[in-house]
Design a protein around this ligand. Structure first.
Ligand code: PLP
Length: 481
């Protein structure tokens, strides 16, 4: 059984590492790969006349990059974007099937979102969190409209990590308990408790918060439970979780924190009954259930929330990324009534200078309205069920290097293997070379560990999917391990 996601190769950091590695592998002279220069929206982005090499070197000389060795980084500089397309300073254009770090759910430069932010900028560019603000209230109302019955308030944060941080804090305060259980093969953010709740290698050098316990979740392709069917995997994963709860002492456990669909760790859609089974365990032991919808939420899975497909009601929901297509940094916690009211007569000991920043709030309002008006979530569901999903399954059947295709909506993973029989993961330098090749063919992929994640905007068109599929197919056809 492979355990690579628990060790030094697992994470979205490879996206950034691979940019450097891939350009090195492909272009020994250090030049950026050349993408197709087809016609498209006028860019105006090369107005300063600088090349990729100049902007990339300038950036790397003064910007300290995330999750990377800093020496030798050659970030691919992006100059502009429109919808599903981005372009660099050399005029190369790419289909953005990474949605950056899986957040441009409505694509780049969506006119309604830009207009919403611009209008707010002209009215009140900033305000302290203690003041009331109409745009902020509207953002909260639109988010609550998508939550299940019984959710009442939204606490805004700067992003996904601090959303999880504050959800954990709320669960600890209302239960009076400390421990938080979360999955191996998960990512919850890069702050104190969130990084220690994370179940990949990034936790290990940052393990300074206390009260965190990890367990294995369902992942049939590399089952920890010797299961051979989704039903077995589900039942055994739930048994393992309940035994972990009992062994840790239920009276010490404040919360179970789970990504509804683990994203960076491999887009592992839980088998039917798993999330509702976790809810039942939480109910048996008075534990709060926090579902992390930072990556999976707001249309990514073809549902407003990924858990909508799973007959489960959490106590706290965390969000960020897709809620506003990532145009302004923001995240938050959606709070159920009982937890919200627990702080009616008791101070909540938490806050952020930019909590509910009006530019972020305006971007949420505009994004939420655009998603509803344009049927973007329904589009993601249709694309996943009728277009992208079936075509990726076909791609998997055609190319031996694709060990498993899994996902839903516009949230798909191609798990790459050196050997389909043993399922030995494809080594990361080979994945980086494949990533580089995809870029040179005009597609910006999301590559992590031994996987390519196919994660276009939720409003992607059939035509863009067809063009992307042709590029994936060409790259896999040309691929030599
Ligand atoms: C599921 C999940 N939770 C939390 C986070 C952290 O969000 P942020 O980077 O905005 O702090 C991420 C980021 O990728 C994520 O995918």
């Amino acid at each position: 059984m492979d355990d690579m996601s628990l060790t030094s190769t697992a994470n979205e950091t490879l996206v950034e590492h691979a940019d450097a590695a891939a350009t090195d592998a492909q272009q020994p002279d250090g030049q950026q790969p050349t993408g197709p220069q087809d016609a498209g929206p006028a860019t105006g982005a090369q107005a300063d006349g600088r090349s990729n090499a100049e902007v990339g070197a300038d950036d790397a000389s003064v910007v300290f990059h995330s999750w990377s060795k800093q020496g030798g980084l050659k970030p691919l500089p992006l100059a502009g974007g429109q919808g599903t397309t981005v372009w660099d300073h050399d005029g190369n254009r790419y289909l953005d099937f990474s949605t950056q770090l899986v957040f441009t759910n409505m694509g780049h430069q969506h006119p309604k979102i830009i207009a919403g932010i611009t209008e707010q900028l002209g009215t009140l560019a900033t305000v302290a969190p203690a003041h009331g603000n109409a745009t902020r209230a509207e953002a909260a109302r639109l988010i609550l409209q998508r939550a299940p019955e019984g959710f009442e308030k939204v606490f805004f944060t700067n992003g996904g990590a601090d959303a999880n941080e504050n959800a954990i804090r709320m669960a600890r305060l209302v239960t009076g308990r400390t421990k938080v259980l979360s999955r191996y093969r998960s990512y919850h953010g890069n702050t104190g408790a969130a990084i220690v709740a994370t179940g990949d290698w990034r936790r290990i050098p940052n393990e300074h918060a206390t009260g965190h316990v990890h367990f294995f979740g369902p992942y049939l392709y590399r089952s920890e439970f010797w299961a051979s069917t989704p039903e077995e995997e589900c039942a055994r994963a739930l048994h393992h979780l309940e035994r972990t709860v009992q062994a840790e002492g239920p009276e010490s456990i404040a919360a179970i924190l789970l990504e509804s669909v683990p994203g960076t760790a491999g887009i592992m859609v839980p088998p039917p009954g798993y999330l509702s089974g976790v809810r039942a365990i939480c109910d048996r032991y008075d534990i709060k259930l926090i579902l992390d919808e930072v990556m999976a939420g707001f249309g990514r899975t073809g549902e407003w929330f990924a858990f909508d497909a799973h007959d489960v009601r959490p106590d706290l929901i965390t969000f960020a990324k897709g809620v506003n297509s990532g145009y302004v940094p923001v995240g938050g916690v959606i709070i159920s009534s009982d937890i919200a009211h627990a702080f009616d007569d008791r101070v909540f000991p938490g806050g952020l200078t930019y909590s509910g920043h009006p530019l972020a709030a305006a971007s949420i309002v505009a994004t939420q309205r655009a998603m509803a008006e344009e049927g973007a979530v329904e589009n993601a569901r249709r694309i996943g069920a009728d277009v992208l999903g079936p075509a990726l399954v076909e791609l998997g059947a055609k190319h031996d290097v694709i060990g498993e295709v899994r996902g839903t909506g516009v949230f798909w993973a191609l798990e790459l293997v050196a050997d389909p029989e043993t399922r030995e993961p494809l080594p990361t330098p080979t994945v980086a070379a494949l990533k580089s090749d995809l870029i040179s063919r005009g597609l910006l992929p999301f590559a992590t560990d031994n996987r390519i994640h196919v994660v276009p905007p939720i409003n992607v068109t059939d035509d863009e999917v067809a063009r992307a599929l042709a590029i994936y197919d060409e790259a896999f056809t040309a691929f030599r391990p």
